[in-house]
Design a protein around this ligand. Structure first.
Ligand code: S3P
Length: 171
């Protein structure tokens, strides 16, 4: 696979898990945006939000994406808020195929409820909040996506095979 794949979708949609499956099954390079930003800043995402603010975090995301041109055979696991900025969508489009991983709010809740690494969900850990933030973001996810893959009830191997097949057919 010479092209890059950008996995977008809500927190807990399975982007990191699927990105690892694409690396392990198909030998793609992996970029996990949150991890890369944490390593670069020497802080967790929660610390960046608390100490530098969300706007700073969003600027770091954009800078990372804009620096990816020239990459090949890479799967990028994007933070859930990435498609909310048009410059991010443009940067992804320039260097690869954008795949939206969808999941029902109930599925998301089950996947994220035990974790306290996502500042936007702290104090909001319930299906209603997830549903309303997802509804707000859905138009951006859908308009950014070249391909949409439903993840509910499927395992990582099946999803990664489906992604690869769809990406190859896409252009
Ligand atoms: C965010 C999603 C998180 C992380 C940050 C903000 C969002 O990444 O970037 O907490 O705005 O949806 P994951 O989608 O990998 O959880």
């Amino acid at each position: 696979m010479s092209k890059n794949i950008f996995l977008i979708g809500f927190m807990g949609a399975g982007k990191s898990t699927i990105a690892r499956a694409l690396r392990d099954e198909y030998g793609m390079h992996l970029i996990e945006m949150d991890e890369q930003i944490e390593a670069q800043e020497g802080m967790t995402i929660s610390q960046i939000f608390a100490k530098k603010g969300e706007a700073c975090f969003r600027a770091l995301e954009t800078r990372l994406l804009e620096g990816l041109e020239g990459e090949e055979n890479t799967v990028v696991s994007c933070g859930g808020g990435v498609p909310m900025r048009q410059e991010n969508v443009a940067a992804m489009r320039r260097s690869g195929t954008i795949v939206y991983l969808s999941a029902a709010p109930e599925t998301i809740y089950e996947r994220v409820r035990e974790f306290h690494t996502r500042p936007l969900l702290e104090g909001n850990m319930n299906v209603e909040y997830i549903e309303s933030l997802m509804a707000q973001r859905l138009p951006n996810y859908l308009s950014a996506a070249d391909i949409t893959i439903r993840t509910d009830g499927k395992d990582a191997r099946a999803i990664s095979a489906e992604i690869l097949q769809s990406v190859m057919q896409h252009d």
